[in-house]
Design a protein around this ligand. Sequence first.
Ligand code: TYD
Ligand code: MG
Length: 485
Amino acid sequence: MARAKIQFICQNCGAASPRWQGRCEACGEWNTLVEESATGGIGGGPAKSAGGKRGRIVELQPLSGGSADAPRIPSGIAELDRVTGGGFVRGSALLVGGDPGIGKSTLLLQASAALAAQGQRVVYISGEEAVAQVRLRAERMGVANMPVALAAETSVEDILATLQAGPVPALVIIDSIQTLWTELAESAPGTVSQVRASAQAMIRYAKHSGATVVLVGHVTKDGQIAGPRVVEHMVDAVLYFEGEGGHHFRILRAVKNRFGATDEIGVFEMTGSGLREVPNPSELFLGERNAASPGAAVFAGMEGTRPVLVEIQALVSPSPLGTPRRAVVGWDSGRLAMVIAVLESHCGIKLGPNDVYLAVAGGLKIAEPAADLAVAAALVSSLSGIALPADCVYFGEVSLSGAVRPVSQASQRLKEAQKLGFARAVLPLASIDKDASVVPGLQGIDQLAALVATIAASGTRPERRAVPDQAERRRSAVADEALDS
Ligand code: TYD
Ligand code: MG
């Protein structure tokens, strides 16, 4: 009998090390190595039996043949189904991550109720809240009469025995994976070995039974699923539920999906009685718009297959600091620095001594380079004090040479803009095709300088106050200087 091998497992990334070290060599985190036994098949590979057991012969199959789509169960919540790619896939495992309090339990209870309403068997295992607490939430959401089977349990062995005793459920929710513990792992609950072994057991159950298993995971501040990043690699799909503090909007995003696209988002609004679906996010994100204020530009973006219009807000103001501040919410700060550099070197705009703040309204996070043009428009507008036309959208990618490059799906973006009453668009010249004419006032540009010239020429300055205050005087002096060139 081999001696139990001792290993030190990083609680952050799951890397194993034969000896203790202060810093994990794999992920660089400090003080994360914990002694764990490597027997029992946890991370140590399959246990080798003394007799050298002969493997079972598996059936090999041709590559061609039945390719029927994975059987799916739509939840009936359209925004959720959009992100999963059309519903829960039978026999698959999903991880739903998000900050504590963002609404993961609410979302999954709602999905459970919706499935149960279709007559599907749904089991909801709560490891964090007592049955009474879950019932209270269900009452608040108005779904308390749905036939969801509920248990407050954290032992994997007990959960599996319970599941195997009844008919196979369509959906099993484990809320949360961090509370589970299994006898297969010797370390304390909450350690990476426990989370990994528990997740492994639940995923194996999903594959064998055909039930969909959803694991809930809490995320740490830096966006990682706390501790068990390993679980992300084990499951078929990873969904993140996110939102900005102070906003009611919640966005469900797929970061991994073996059965569908990963660029779709689902938009929800947290209300007093659960999550409400937001089928038209543009209306929501533009809802709080304060049109005709300098520094605001509407970006016609795409999230997956869906066009989303959102306001980009910039504030450029003289900096009291030696090194001006650049702060961004909802966009990439490196990309902002690039747009600023292009404005300075190719368009004669002097942002240098100013603080620059940039925010995407509504708590949305944008990853598309197509937002460059809208960001540039918002920056120039704020610097010059000239409000952009309220009925105009902007999109286009800016290259380091100052050229405006075409972006994909221009006609879809324009259709959405037209639907929401926008009559003008500034877009890459090369993106204008026969479908683009849904918006009457198209202005195609191929250089960023053309955008600056347009804003200077056609924009309207807001009514000047009789006695401009100091800040306004300074701003307009800067604007005149910047736009004269
Ligand atoms: P919850 O689903 O418990 O978050 P998580 O499981 O991600 O930790 O949601 C908690 C928050 O949502 C809490 O602050 C209360 C709020 N909430 C509502 O505003 N309306 C509701 O109907 C429900 C159930 C919760
Ligand atoms: Mg919860």
